[in-house]
Design a protein around this ligand. Structure first.
Ligand code: FES
Ligand SMILES: [Fe+2]
Length: 336
């Protein structure tokens, strides 16, 4: 079952810079996103009505997207606006149109609503850093279980092991002591924070600060965004992960890394460095995410979790509650 009545990240505005149409597949629907010459954005079904080919193989022409096969042009509303071979005096039938998606532009990104119900902008999580901080991003496709991917970024304990050569060296160790996660759970989100012991190398401590503890904030917003926010005295690194089903088999994971006061004496170098760092972090996760399979059902898993797994337990409850609601919404939509 796909979780439909939600916002999905169609693309970052940065991806539309070169004016080529972008193809994205979300919940098994192929979508094309384009920016017209005047700067308007179109998010429509990636299909030409003429011979059913991908519009994303075409180009942007003025205020339209032009199919690469025979040049039919479509506007941002999805209707066909121009057919080069149309005999003079003939009108384009209004039925020649493709689906137009509802979208919003927020946080330097295009968010597309994949549901049938009214799009609700308040369902977008708070991501204020996306408006102001320098950012790099990278996409990965993996065969994995969606809730397990969703849980991965807020899983505090794997960082010591999986990310021992990347995040851990940045933010220190989480020793086997009782950790207070200061959990806050609402209907659709889970947030919290905790302290790590800062045992980076001398150089890392010199740069990031000699404070003994590093404040780490995290969050998950149903169904597709998690956040890790590492706060040093004067510097900060924030990682958002956005994940969704491309189709039944594949999951797209977009990792967005932002930072404050890190290597800012030379921004191009900071971008390069942070991009390498974030790709390394995702690659470290991938092997585990791809072979991490659900136990028979979520309840079984909850049964074997320990008290120390309180974040995972809260996550599982939140996921279960919301997917039940999503199932209900789908059933009601079908009945209608
Ligand atoms: S297939 Fe698109 S114009 Fe012919
Ligand atoms: Fe991870």
């Amino acid at each position: 079952m796909y979780i439909r009545n939600q916002w999905y990240l169609a693309c970052l505005l940065d991806e539309l810079k070169d004016k080529n149409p972008l193809e994205k597949k979300i919940l098994n629907e192929s979508i094309v996103i384009f920016r017209t010459e005047s700067g308007k954005i179109g998010v429509i079904e990636n299909r030409c009505c003429h011979r059913n080919v991908y519009l994303s193989l075409g180009t942007v022409a003025g205020e339209h997207i032009r199919c690469g096969y025979h040049g039919w042009e479509y506007g941002c509303e999805g209707s066909c606006q121009h057919i080069p071979s149309l005999p003079e005096g003939e009108r384009i039938p209004p039925s020649i149109k493709v689906k137009k998606y509802t979208f919003v532009i927020k946080y330097r990104s295009v968010w597309v609503w994949m549901g049938d119900a009214n799009a609700d902008e308040s369902l977008l999580p708070p991501m204020p850093e996306m408006d102001t901080l320098p950012m790099v991003y990278n996409y990965h496709t993996l065969k994995a279980d969606l809730p397990l991917v969703a849980e991965s970024l807020i899983d505090a304990y794997h960082i010591n092991h999986v990310h021992r050569n990347s995040i851990k060296t940045f933010m220190g160790n989480l020793y086997d002591e009782k950790v207070d996660f200061h959990l806050n759970v609402t209907d659709r989100a889970l947030t919290g924070h905790y302290l790590r012991n800062n045992d980076g190398s001398f150089f890392e401590q010199f740069y990031f600060g000699f404070n003994k503890k590093v404040e780490t904030h995290f969050g998950f917003w149903f169904p597709n965004i998690s956040k890790l926010d590492i706060r040093f005295r004067k510097r900060r690194m924030v990682i958002y992960e956005h994940f969704y089903q491309i189709d039944e088999e594949n999951i797209c994971m977009c990792q967005i890394t932002l930072w404050e006061n890190i290597l800012d004496f030379f921004p191009p170098f900071a971008r390069w460095f942070m991009l390498q760092k974030s790709i390394k972090i995702v690659r470290e996760d991938l092997a585990f995410l791809e072979n991490n399979r659900q136990l028979k059902n979520l309840k079984d898993r909850a049964d074997i979790l320990l008290k120390a797994d309180e974040v995972s337990i809260a996550f599982l409850q939140l996921w279960k509650r919301n997917t039940k609601n999503a199932e209900h919404e789908t059933m009601v939509a079908k009945e209608d």
